[in-house]
Design a protein. Structure first.
Length: 474
């Protein structure tokens, strides 16, 4: 049986600049499937790395003649790219079995199957074992209705099977199938963060999050549970990419790996392998964790961790409470100070468009950001992703005005607030970016900073023209 995994042609989030990450999700699936089923032939097509568009993908499908096509469609904004991939596969061979998964389809399985007949099967949630079982069923080794964790069409009916238990030990998973894209591994990069000539890889150290922020689609996808690989297993993956593919920049993609004993152990493991001085890595962290575990910051920095994205979200305690964020603005300010004190590049994320937001509250948000003064900032619009508490509330109250899934990228305003129209929310997003990056003093300080990361980032952003791109969205 021939299985084709596809990273479809798509546009990346322009706010973060030009970057080319390895398609980690489908590489995880491909590696697990190959380990558990020797009777399959697997091909991974990364349209970004191969620089092919839809016509080029059509030729690849025609050449490989897959029995199964499974596109990457993790996030809601990429759903249509995955859908177009399965439509193309069906157009070329109606007998091809098409499989989709990811956060969006997991949240809306019956809706997706009902609206789009080109999708045959949806894998819900953690996909490795489920997909392997689906392939077994397609090969006649078991019945499809006996596979846990799927929705599928049977005639005119849509069937959903019981939920599959999560893996109890993530260390049992194989390394992602980097060899399926090995010819591209040295070309994966993140230009703004590490330059276009520094090989870049993603590391998944854990899955899920113990918190329950109202806007986060990860909560329901991972069933509000957090599981981590062991520090030695994570460090082994660092070493594998470093030694085999020459990777020098790593993004710990976890929504919340957390800061605690496992972080200290990971740093020790990386240091013991002797390449900490030759790599740079980046992670996300909660502001309260940064403050609580500030003793870990110099240890992280010594292990090559040079960049943290801190979830600040808002200056307003009331807004933070509405997000169920469970932090306060003072911890955000202290977190940014501690990162800079420890020579860790401080990136802050902020969210605009909460129901109480007005021109005045967002002016206060901009003043707060100028006060805490992170090295860079990413503003995002509050987006009601399917599967979140926010989505359910917004649907119930009729707040959603834009149902184009491609716009669910946190750069398009999807809802108005009590005081602002959707267009005004979009305008405020531009004002937020202009308020921070439009400062000539900040730009000059960044461009000529003695910190190599800050200097590279500001020079890159100046060339990209992020403000002009945002203005063009109106």
């Amino acid at each position: 049986m021939r299985i084709m995994f596809v990273e479809p042609p798509k546009k990346f989030w322009f706010v973060m600049g030009e970057y080319l990450p390895p398609p980690l999700g489908i590489l995880n699936l491909a590696a697990y499937l190959k380990t558990h089923n020797q009777d399959v032939e697997i091909e991974v097509v990364d349209c970004q790395a191969e620089r092919i568009g839809w016509r080029g993908l059509e030729k690849r499908i025609e050449s490989f003649k897959p029995d199964v096509v499974a596109p990457s469609a993790l996030a809601t904004c990429n759903f249509y790219a995955g859908l177009r991939t399965v439509e193309l596969a069906k157009k070329m061979n109606p007998d091809t079995t098409t499989i989709m998964g990811g956060q969006h389809c997991t949240a809306l399985p019956r809706e997706s199957l009902g609206a789009y007949p080109e999708i045959d099967i949806i894998v819900m949630g953690e996909g490795e074992q489920t997909l392997a079982d689906v392939i077994d069923a397609l090969q006649g080794k078991k019945r499809l209705p006996d596979v846990k964790g799927i929705s599928f069409r049977s005639g005119d009916e849509i069937n959903t099977t019981p939920e599959r238990p999560l893996f109890s030990n993530l260390d049992d998973l194989p390394f992602p199938g980097y060899d399926f894209v090995k010819k591209h591994m040295k070309g994966y990069h993140f230009a703004m963060m590490a330059g276009s000539d520094t090989p870049f890889a993603l590391i998944e150290a854990s899955r899920g999050c113990p918190h329950d922020c109202s806007f986060c689609s990860q909560c329901s996808f991972w069933r509000r549970k957090w599981r981590s690989k062991s520090p030695s297993r994570i460090a082994e993956e660092f070493a594998y990419c470093y030694e085999r593919y020459g990777t020098r920049f790593f993004w710990l993609t976890d929504d919340n790996f957390g800061l605690g004993p496992q972080t200290r152990e990971l740093c020790d493991e990386i240091a013991s392998r002797g390449f900490a001085d030759d790599i740079m890595w980046f992670m996300q962290a909660r502001c309260d964790d940064i403050v609580k575990h500030q003793d870990l910051l110099p240890i992280l920095r010594k292990a090559g961790m040079m960049w943290i994205l801190a979830g600040v979200e808002s200056h307003s305690p009331e807004v933070l409470k509405s997000f169920n964020k469970r932090i306060d603005p003072s911890s955000s300010k202290e977190a940014i100070r501690l990162l800079k004190q420890n020579d860790i590049f401080a990136q802050a994320t902020l969210i605009i468009g909460e129901r109480s937001d007005s021109h005045e509250t967002l002016q206060g948000l901009r003043a707060f950001v100028n006060d805490i003064n992170p090295d860079i900032v990413i503003y995002m619009t509050l987006t009601p992703f399917p599967g979140t508490k926010l989505y359910d509330e917004a649907q119930q109250n009729g707040w959603i005005e834009d149902t184009n899934w491609a716009h669910y990228d946190m750069a398009h305003a999807i809802m108005p607030t009590e005081h602002l129209t959707r267009h005004e929310v979009q305008e405020e997003l531009y004002r937020c970016y202009r308020g921070f990056y439009g400062s000539m003093k900040r730009r000059m300080t960044g461009v000529f900073s003695s910190n190599v990361i800050k200097r590279r980032t500001y020079r890159y952003m100046a060339r990209q023209g992020v403000l002009q791109a945002l203005r063009g969205m109106f």
